[in-house]
Design a protein around this ligand. Structure first.
Ligand code: SAH
Length: 191
């Protein structure tokens, strides 16, 4: 079992693809996922592969979906860099369409939904087994509130956390803290 979280600057990045999700946020997402080595994880909107890499280190199998071909390429490069490409199926498609074809996953991460959050949550939640978990990360408030409403409608009890992380820059005269963009994490267990 791995406990380390890969530093942001170890990822291969491209301007055309967002991510990786910042290290501190990846750490909390892993916690909210309650990940074990038995888990099969679906990562909708894998971007640079920041979260996919963390899942691949710890889970049994990962399906990573992105509709941007550059995101699939970048995620593949990062998995190869860390020797984890055999753990992951990369799927270039829209999240909802791809989710329809995947069976038997236990954890669902939604990091990109392109205005389709309600449908992705509904389809994903219904496919999860009881005890499975769903996690949504959002930079836009509406994505988080839509996720809460949808999960409540489906009978789940969502938890909401906003992470405000500041990192220190060491200057001659002291430590200057610089804020990262706040990220809201909505998560729920399938009941
Ligand atoms: N968690 C990632 C960053 C995600 S950025 C990391 O750590 O690297 C969000 C990604 O979601 C983008 O690459 C975008 O192309 C993708 N995306 C947005 N809406 C989508 C949708 N409906 N289906 C598939 N991918 C989507």
């Amino acid at each position: 079992m791995y406990f380390d979280i890969t530093p942001d600057d170890e990822f291969i990045k491209t301007k055309k693809v967002p991510g990786p999700t910042k290290e501190e946020i990846r750490a909390l997402v892993i916690s909210k996922t309650r990940l074990t080595d038995e888990d099969v994880v679906v990562d909708v909107g894998c971007g640079t592969g920041g979260l996919t890499l963390e899942f691949a280190k710890r889970a049994r199998r990962v399906y990573s979906i992105d509709m941007n071909p550059d995101a699939i390429k970048t995620t593949r490069s990062n998995l190869e860099k860390f020797g984890l490409q055999n753990k992951v199926d990369l799927i270039e498609n829209e999240g909802l369409a791809a989710l329809d074809d995947i069976e038997d996953f236990t954890k669902l991460m939604i990091g990109g939904s392109g205005g389709n959050i309600d449908n992705i949550i509904e389809t994903g939640y219904l496919k999860l087994p009881v005890g499975g978990r769903i996690i949504i990360t959002s930079i836009v408030l509406e994505t988080a509130t839509d996720a809460v409403h949808m999960l409540k409608e489906l009978g789940a009890e969502p938890e909401v956390v906003t992470l405000n992380v500041s990192r220190g820059t060491i200057l001659d005269r002291g430590v200057m803290m610089k804020a990262l963009n706040p990220i809201t994490i909505v998560s729920a267990k399938k009941i």
